[in-house]
Design a protein around this ligand. Structure first.
Ligand code: PLP
Length: 394
């Protein structure tokens, strides 16, 4: 793996033909330390956001001991990468074989569920184990979030009582979990979800040992500047303190994006310009799935030895495949004189970026390099505004 000071250092030295993922280990370490030190409970990394073994080891070394896994392949990955890690199987719909193997081969004891059928599956697959932590997933609103997770999973508050009572019977420890949706822009999302948790506990009259507020903690993107994470942690702490749970109850969270977004960016090359459209060498089937399919705006910077003096203009991107859908609308603000042959750094791609890459149409790159400059924006440095797109520092 190469090591460089920055995107510019690498572009100048290597003129890479394929997209290069730029890794910032120090940024991942900083994010993990922040959660370990400031979240008022346990932070469990949601592996799907970025399953890179290097990142898993960095998080482990920074004090993240628990991992949220959603498939047997993620269970195996974490087992082999971090043999002492604790795994929580938080996908509410699992194959019975996956539960069996997670429990008997990999020591997983924590499972989530949102139906009686799934509870029965877990009991069968574990031979009615008596050491389970079972987390009932409540459906909550995604109104404050940029990516909804409200339709697919979760038991409605009005149907939760019988499920909570049945899970209480089967569990050693009973949990309630939810997910407010990804990139939650206000702490109010968690406050409202906690109100549903309270109502569900009161109605079911069960003793709850774990309250898991899930993921959704935001990062900074153009046009999306959330309040500081401390505001989320404070609101969650206060809501948790007022819940009718046992004195020894634990508070958990499952950050994915917040622990991984700042870890990586991608250096791409412009292969062609057509008006305000740039044809670049990464796209919807590579690290830019979210930019194409949900219109996510990632920060961009032109990477040139002599900074452009031109004013910023709004561009859209086409990816390298032959597919019209391989289009990222942006807008991405770049100097007006950007041209074929230029390099662009696309920031904040550590979360849901490289994790989504395919090899469609023969376009794939797993080239990486470590850089030691700061990410384009950081929730952990108190950044409040986007960095200007025409400033490039070596
Ligand atoms: C995706 C997911 C997460 C992580 O969500 P972020 O928005 O990336 O923090 C956490 N928990 C569950 C159950 C998930 O599905």
């Amino acid at each position: 793996m190469h090591k460089h000071n920055s995107a510019l250092g690498l572009a100048t030295a290597l003129r890479p033909v394929l997209p290069v993922t730029l890794l910032r280990p120090h940024a991942a370490t900083r994010a993990a330390r922040f959660f370990v030190e400031k979240f008022p409970g346990r932070s469990i990394y949601a592996v799907k956001a970025n399953p890179s073994p290097d990142l898993l080891r960095l998080l482990w070394d920074s004090g993240i001991t628990h991992y949220d896994v959603a498939s047997i392949a993620e269970v195996r990955l974490v087992s082999r990468t971090l043999p002492d890690a604790v795994m929580c199987f938080m996908h509410p719909v699992k194959a019975e074989e996956a539960i069996h193997s997670a429990y008997f081969q990999h020591g997983v004891r924590t499972f989530s569920l949102d139906t009686i059928e799934e509870l029965e599956k877990i009991q069968r697959a574990t031979n009615d184990a008596e050491d389970l932590t079972l987390c009932v997933r409540l459906r909550v609103s995604s109104d404050h979030s940029k990516l909804s997770l409200a339709s697919k999973f979760g038991v409605d508050a009005r149907d939760a009582a019988p499920l909570l009572m049945a899970a209480r019977q089967a569990a050693d420890a009973l949990g309630i979990c939810f997910h407010v949706g990804s990139q939650a822009m206000s702490p109010a999302a968690y406050i409202q979800a906690m109100a549903r948790v309270r109502a569900a506990i009161v109605e079911a009259g069960v003793t709850v040992d774990v309250v898991d507020v899930g993921g959704g903690f935001p990062s900074i993107y153009p046009g999306m500047e959330p309040p500081p994470l401390e505001a989320y942690f404070g609101a969650i702490h206060d809501a948790f303190e007022s819940l009718p749970v046992s004195y020894s109850a634990e508070l958990w969270c499952e950050p994915g994006r917040a622990l991984s977004a700042e870890y990586a960016s991608v250096l791409v090359r412009v292969e062609k310009r057509r008006g305000d459209e740039l044809y670049i060498n990464d796209g919807a089937y590579g690290a830019l799935f979210d930019a194409a399919h949900v219109g996510w705006r990632f920060p961009v910077e032109l990477v040139r030895e002599t900074a452009s003096e031109a004013r910023d203009v709004a561009f859209s991107f086409y990816g390298p495949t032959c597919d019209d859908l391989d289009h990222m609308a942006g807008p991405f603000l770049l100097p007006a004189d950007v041209a074929a042959g230029d390099y662009i750094e696309i920031g904040m791609l550590g979360a849901y970026g490289s994790a989504m890459r395919t090899g469609f149409n023969g376009f794939h790159s797993d080239e990486t390099a470590v850089v030691d400059d700061e990410p384009m924006a950081s929730t952990y440095l108190g950044d409040e505004v986007e960095t200007p797109s025409n400033v490039v520092t070596l």
